[in-house]
Ligand binder design. Structure first.
Ligand SMILES: *Cc1c(COP(=O)(O)O)cnc(C)c1O
Length: 828
């Protein structure tokens, strides 16, 4: 038995894990994105809502009382009460933050000449940075402070009361916003400095910046990340305003957050707008209204999300029941130690991880070395570097993580200040990256050899050391090429709560890895025939009638329609929520083998010996009927909404059975649905079927052969054919040279002309063996290595039309392939 947590004993940890059985083998490491809701919470909420009657709190006193009760629970959780703080429910942290700045009185009535100021730490969440726009509207001075300046100012600052007597000080108000914990890397900023700051601790910094110094400081603490896994004790520190989102603590409900306002500071918030429920009296025909007395009544416009608030009661109860009070007799302190120790363990393993040549494999972007839990939460942020010192982009890492079913966050996580500081990117470089096409959230992960973002791993109470090991094993296996050694661990001793776990060297997850990689015996290398002639030919035509399902390979010729090959990706499988199913979610889909018979005009599907067939055509009468009787469906494919017709119950049931997922439907793309290829530059618009980006994908077999020889992983045993199949090309061409297709501009195949739309950026689909549905790490790892982190393989084509007055729109296998290079029209 292995140690699951150094704080929570195995029995309790197992109980916790049972609440998240729905994760299956998914390793969830994005707790800072959202916590996970335990199963029991849903049961409790369901029981409560189905046995009680909750009504609009404006009309119903009982519901109102329940909500008041929950306000107390919220405050109690932060070790304070209604005599000191008020709770304003909001839609989340972001709205809470906005509410403060929208209503904050920067200038004071006592001093007409000064505007007041808004100061923010540069390493804040984007939602806090954006507040400067609101503050600016209110004519406040906008000042930002760096991580180092902030910490140094606090360190060097003397205790003592600020006297607002200096002549150079204005009577206006300064609002300082900083995070209790960085959402970038989990660094915990000091919380005990609130008094110091209010006493003028940062005044000297303002003077060095030649800014006006105001005497009244107010602190807006962004606690959104911090409170998710730590105890915020408002009895020991009293920021004026605290914002949070409940889903980050409990996973549920979403759309609910709170602004906590220190009662003695509430007068600095002046609200203009009044909404339903916020006034004692209002005259609709005269400019007269009187706002309600209590702060939250004035600030909560409209009807509260009362059912969401009701569920909070269960959120607190369930958490208290799941997590033992091992540390300081407190669940949040226990949770905090649990997640901190997991992160520390990962930090340690990553710090020690070396390439065979001794260079570091992981660059960590931390502001603490995990020596003090007061300064660090359960988050680790990093990038990987190869043995030769080049970076592995976060998008590439993300693909690998997806393949291993590990959820984590990549990019800059809405914190460009921290991102810039750690990745050492200047403002100018940021702008240049943007000019070069990089936007927040895209896949441009490396620009000029430098990373544009990072990988963030964050732990919650559901995580165990096994999750840490899964991640490190993946990194080791895919990027470091070493055998992973699971570290030995012990239950830590916390005062009286000692639980000893016998040590063990058993490595249980090795089986998991082996299962995932599906280690096969190495087959005898069968010699492949290599086309030595310089002529290129079309070796294979394949269509994929149902999106993400198996290929239908065509022997002789196939007609090109307005959207690509006829019947190519004309059907799709959707789930009961209307969302299109792909191989990414269900690798078995490729085992559904379609056959189109143009004589009988039927599409037959095969899955492990079982078959079903549906007609290719809807007869004109039928079509009318189908339109009126079968539901007209819409589904999202990539970013487009696609319209289609349902193919009926029989085939739907057959597919559900085959894939083992209930309520699947087979949808045929409506013939009048014209998906246009999105192309900013070109005027001409090509229609698309359900394929992801373009009409045709062309794969050069010589490139596949080249790739096959590059793959060093001996456990990867694909032959040339099955490796080719993984790329799911419509057109497989035989040429004499690898990679030449990348230079093609247009290409004539037989009598048909095509335009090259660009390289295809491969997703992790290529790691699915198309004949068995099993996942492997290769060939993605080698592709990304060979192409410096860019996952590109094959080229997209769109159809231009027949050449030489040819009337036949059919493309035949074995046709000659004549490519034309970049603009010079020299055929090669
Ligand atoms: C998540 C987060 C926010 C934003 O919270 P929302 O729920 O998206 O409004 C703000 N600040 C920090 C530090 C966060 O982690």
């Amino acid at each position: 038995m292995s140690v699951l947590s150094s704080v929570i004993d195995n029995q309790r940890m197992q109980n916790i894990r049972n609440e998240f059985g729905r994760l299956g083998d998914k390793c969830y490491l994005d707790n800072a994105g959202t916590a996970l809701y335990p199963q029991i919470l849903l049961t409790k909420v369901n029981e409560d809502l189905s046995s009680n009657v909750y009504l609009n709190p404006h009309s119903d006193k009982y519901t109102r009382d329940c909500i008041e009760q929950i306000r107390c629970t919220v405050l109690n959780h932060f070790n304070t009460d209604q005599s000191k703080y008020s709770v304003i429910f909001t839609s989340g942290s972001t709205q809470a933050l906005k509410l403060v700045v929208e209503t904050f009185e920067f200038n004071s009535k006592d001093d007409e000449n000064s505007h007041g100021s808004y100061i923010y730490l540069r390493d804040n969440h984007t939602s806090v940075i954006g507040l400067r726009e609101l503050a600016e509207q209110k004519n406040a001075d906008i000042i930002h402070i760096s991580h180092d300046d902030f910490l140094n100012s606090l360190k060097t600052c003397k205790k003592g009361k600020l006297r607002c007597t200096e002549t150079n000080m204005s009577k206006s108000n300064t609002l300082l916003a900083y995070p209790a914990q960085s959402n970038f890397n989990g660094y915990k900023y000091p919380l005990d400095c609130v008094e110091k700051i209010k006493n003028g601790c940062l005044n000297s910094y303002l003077k060095t910046q030649l800014c006006e110094v105001n005497c009244n400081w107010y602190i807006l603490l962004d606690a959104a990340s911090f409170v998710a896994t730590s105890k915020l004790d408002l009895s020991s520190t009293q920021p004026d305003f605290v914002c949070l989102s409940f889903y980050k603590i409990f996973g549920f409900p979403t759309g609910l957050g709170a602004l906590l306002v220190k009662n003695t500071s509430q007068n600095v918030l002046l609200k203009k707008y009044f909404g339903g429920g916020t006034v004692d009296i209002v005259l609709s025909s005269e400019d007269f209204h009187i706002k309600r007395q209590s702060l939250h009544e004035r600030f909560e416009d409209g009807t509260l999300p009362f059912l969401s608030i009701i569920t909070l009661k269960h959120c607190y109860n369930v958490l208290a029941n799941l997590i033992p009070k091992v540390i300081n007799n407190d669940i949040m302190d226990t949770l905090s130690h649990h997640t901190y120790n997991l992160a520390k363990d990962l930090y340690k393993q990553f710090s020690d991880l070396r390439h065979p040549n001794g260079t570091k494999a992981v660059i960590l972007y931390m502001d603490s070395d995990f020596s003090d839990i007061k300064k660090q939460g359960g988050i680790v942020t990093f990038n990987l570097i190869r043995e030769d010192g080049t970076y592995i982009g976060y998008a590439e890492f993300q693909h690998m993580a997806d393949l291993f079913n590990i959820s984590l966050r990549t990019g800059c996580f809405c914190n460009s200040g921290s991102c810039q500081r750690h990745l050492i990117v200047t403002n100018k470089e940021m702008k240049n990256m943007h000019k070069a096409g990089h936007k927040c959230g895209d896949e441009v992960d490396i620009v000029n050899g430098r990373p544009t973002g990072a990988v963030r791993v964050s732990f919650g109470y559901h995580n165990t050391f096994n999750d840490v090991d899964k991640l490190v094993a993946m990194v080791t296996k895919c990027f470091v090429r070493q055998n992973y050694q699971k570290p030995e661990r012990y239950m830590l001793k916390y005062k009286n709560d000692v639980v000893e776990i016998p040590k063990t060297k058993e490595i249980s997850f090795k089986e998991e890895i082996l299962a995932l990689l599906n280690e096969k015996k190495i087959l005898n290398n069968t010699s492949e025939t290599i086309n030595t002639g310089s002529k290129a030919t079309l070796a294979e035509i394949a269509i994929f009638p149902i999106k993400s399902c198996g290929a239908f390979k065509i022997n002789s010729g196939w007609k090109i329609g307005s959207k690509g090959f006829e019947y190519d990706r004309e059907w799709m499988i959707v789930k009961d929520n209307g969302v299109c199913l792909t191989q990414k979610q269900n690798t078995q889909m490729c085992m559904i083998q379609p056959v189109i018979d143009l004589n009988t005009r039927r599409l037959t599907l095969n899955f492990k010996g079982s078959t079903i067939s549906i007609p290719l055509d809807m007869s004109p009468n039928n079509k009318y009927q189908e339109r009126s009787t079968t539901p007209f469906c819409q589904s999202k494919v990539c970013t487009d909404i696609v319209k289609g017709y349902d193919c009926g119950d029989d085939v739907a049931d057959w597919i559900s059975n085959a894939l083992g997922i209930s309520y699947l439907r087979l949808i045929r793309q409506a013939s009048d649905d014209s998906r246009m290829k999105k192309n900013k530059n070109s005027e001409e618009k090509n229609m698309l079927s359900l394929s992801n980006q373009a009409q045709f994908l062309l794969i050069n077999k010589a490139t596949v052969r080249w790739l096959k020889n590059k793959i060093r992983d001996t456990t990867f045993t694909d032959d040339l054919e099955s490796l080719t199949d993984r790329f799911r090309g419509n057109l497989v061409v035989n040429t004499s040279y690898e990679l030449i297709e990348r230079e093609w501009q247009t290409v004539i195949i037989g009598k048909q002309q095509f335009k090259v739309d660009g390289p295809c950026s491969r997703c992790q689909m290529v790691c699915i063996d198309q004949s068995t549905g099993e996942k492997t790490v290769e060939p993605l790892r080698t592709i990304s290595e060979e192409f410096a982190g860019k996952m590109r393989f094959g080229i997209y084509l769109s159809y231009l039309g027949p050449v030489n007055g040819c009337k036949d729109l059919t493309l035949y296998t074995n046709s000659d392939v004549t490519p034309y290079l970049n603009d010079d029209n020299i055929s090669r």
